[in-house]
Design a binder for this molecule. Structure first.
Ligand SMILES: C[S@@+](CC[C@H](N)C(=O)[O-])C[C@H]1O[C@@H](n2cnc3c(N)ncnc32)[C@H](O)[C@@H]1O
Length: 263
């Protein structure tokens, strides 16, 4: 199996070619089926089509994950319940239903502003899996607020509500070529928690390549799949450090387009 590679094509087809029990961690941020305009993918499937498609790609991740592997799936309100059920039916074990609370949710006129995405965290085995708690400790309220002598000086393992800003249009991190770039800090927490140096991290829905980029920075190996040629090129350039070039040549302007954070 070739690692440290970006694959161009359909993730189900490509995952079918990967050997069973070969990957340590899967992070997936699939299209949420809410009508986002991507280059190539139609984000407006019928309920049944989307459900069946989700079953198919999640089943492939199960096959290729190692026995002690973990999976995290980012998903919106509309299909979080369904993805949770699919993961269980396929045989994964539930660990956490994480809520990513993002500052800078976009203002809505006729409903409350949406300011979260779900991240469903499951493992392939009920008891044997990696969880590097010490690698992701953060300062606790006992340390910061209460000055409590019982506080662990190393900090605490984060709660299941995670606060990270989304990558807004004006942010330095923003590449400009994609409607839903994830923050590197969020991937950093996931990759540090559930993999070790040298492990293989797979992202079937590459987008701008955030997962691969962070995996590379953290000395993990990566496999990333993306169906759009345009986004594929962005990932390759990003991994090669050609960030300014991506920003300069960005063809798609998302300012007026419906994004994950504005619908
Ligand atoms: C929500 S975005 C991922 C964004 C990514 N997490 C990031 O930080 O940039 C989903 C991506 O999946 C891609 N995609 C959709 N269907 C696919 C498929 N069948 N195989 C591979 N990629 C696909 C879309 O083109 C889109 O770029």
């Amino acid at each position: 199996m070739e690692v440290n590679k970006v694959y161009l094509g359909d993730c189900i087809k490509i995952m079918k070619e990967l050997p069973a029990n070969s990957v340590d961690l899967v992070f997936a941020d699939p299209p949420f089926n809410i009508g986002i305009k991507y280059d190539k993918y139609n984000d407006n499937l019928s309920y049944d089509e989307y459900y069946k498609w989700s079953e198919n790609w999640i089943a492939e991740t199960y096959r290729i994950l190692k026995k002690d592997g973990s999976i995290y799936i980012a998903i919106g309100d509309e299909f979080a319940a369904e993805i949770n059920i699919i993961l269980k039916r396929i045989g994964f074990y539930f660990r956490n239903w994480i809520v990513w609370y993002y500052t800078f949710g976009q203002n809505q006129r006729k409903k409350f502003n949406r300011a979260h995405t779900h991240i469903l965290y499951f493992t392939k085995d009920k008891e044997k899996f990696k969880f590097n708690g010490d690698a992701i400790r953060i300062p606790s309220a006992r340390q910061l607020v209460y000055n409590d002598r019982r506080a662990n000086p190393q900090g605490k393992i984060p709660d299941d509500v995670w606060e990270f800003s989304r990558v807004c249009g004006t942010f330095k991190e923003r590449l400009g070529e994609h409607p839903c770039q994830m923050p590197e800090a969020l991937l950093e927490r996931i990759i540090k928690t559930s993999s070790d140096i040298g492990d293989i991290v797979l992202d079937p829905f590459g987008g701008t390549g955030t997962t691969a980029m962070v995996a590379k920075k953290l000395k993990r190996q990566y496999i990333t799949i993306e169906i759009s040629e345009n986004y594929y090129e962005v990932i390759v350039k990003r991994l090669n450090g050609r960030i300014e070039e991506i920003k300069r040549t960005s063809k798609t302007k998302h300012r007026h387009q419906k994004t994950l954070f504005n619908f």
